[in-house]
Design a binder for this molecule. Sequence first.
Ligand code: NAD
Ligand code: MG
Length: 423
Amino acid sequence: MKSTASFSKSSETQASALTKVSVLGATGSIGLKTLEIVRQFPQKFQIEALSCKSSIEQLREQIIEFKPRIVCVDTSGQASELKETFSIGQGSPETEFVWGREGLKQISSDDETDLVVAGIVGAAGLEPTYSAVEAGKIVAVANKEPLVMAGELFMQTAKKTGAKLLPTDSEHNAIFQSLHNEPSERIARLILTASGGPFRDLPLDKFEQITLAETLNHPNWEMGRKITIDSATMMNKGLEIIEAQWLFNVSVEKIDVLMQRESIIHSMVEFIDGSFLAQMGLPDMRVPIAYCLGWPERLPLKIPRLDPVALNALHFEAIDTQRFPCLSLSLKAAKQGGGSPAVLNGANEEVVAAFLNEEIRFVDIFKTLATVMGKLDETLHYAEPECLDEIPNFLLNIKSLEDAIQADQWGRKQVGKVLELIN
Ligand code: NAD
Ligand code: MG
């Protein structure tokens, strides 16, 4: 029988007044908002560990302010340099500096940490988020890509270790709040809302001329660059469907997407009795992050509040899939299951990076991904019977992190081939 993962904080954590938090991706959009909340509630949270890949200067300031016990950076050179600076008396001489993949694993599974904020962007968060789950932590999951790549594995491991995956993405957090522990049998439908991004009204014949700057200019949300591009193509919503499927144990067929221009209704649940429950508020990621940090309590957050009287109207519209064809690609990958979501996710990261480097145009994002997913289709469905054994297992099933990484690499490699032809 299907049931929603049950969410309850362990009695030890409830008893201790101070939650010890490790932030993966501390210098990013999610990381900075997390630290803002920690700063507001010093009596509730203590920073144990911080990590980042870039913005070392910002990290330096964070180390001075939050005095973490461990810090993870990208390279051993960065770690030695920071160690030297801090050993000569600036702030926190006790801080341990680690680096790279092993360092990230160390901080996400660290014994002293209660709660890990998964705020790295992309597939790079796969291993550290999984380490946190293996170590049975409470994990605030903002970083959606690992769940897209290996959602089933994450949920199975969390069941074994007692880790709690707290949905931090605004839509999933809205569903988490609306569901409030009701079992998944009572769900008729999950409705994820989408703002529609910067091109929701642009005439389709203007899409060829879209620039990077226009794409980075999101109408409602301020976020990192990769997710901002994904929001403009609506690949972000596609990834969120796959994420929701695992977090709430609901089949893809029961997940819909609606455009909600104002980004005030952050998502809704339709129950089997015809009731709809939604969560609303200003578009501000501090709310879902604080909900996860404080969970199962609510924090008295000091932020601008929604004034319902000032809202003229709330608009809901069906998604125009001609405008947002990436959504159909991700739905297909979700239904196919196995390695398909990881292939799509890896391929998407690669094309988004190429677009951010201004190597390809906006419209090439979908074209390239459609070609890659066509190649995947060919490999999966049109292999000659005598060649069936040659289909790599990671395209059919994700049973380990290694499988997810291989499927991701397969997708990226295909993008490389397509882009060689374009350029
Ligand atoms: P960002 O680009 O602003 O920040 C990413 C952080 O991860 C930075 O600290 C960066 O140094 C670090 N990082 C990047 N690549 C890394 C690597 N290879 N190894 C280790 N660290 C690395 O991204 P963001 O907007 O904060 O998004 C983070 C995640 O949260 C994404 O998966 C995104 O989809 C999700 N999310 C973000 C928002 C938002 O409002 N920003 C909302 C919902 C979900
Ligand atoms: Mg979201």
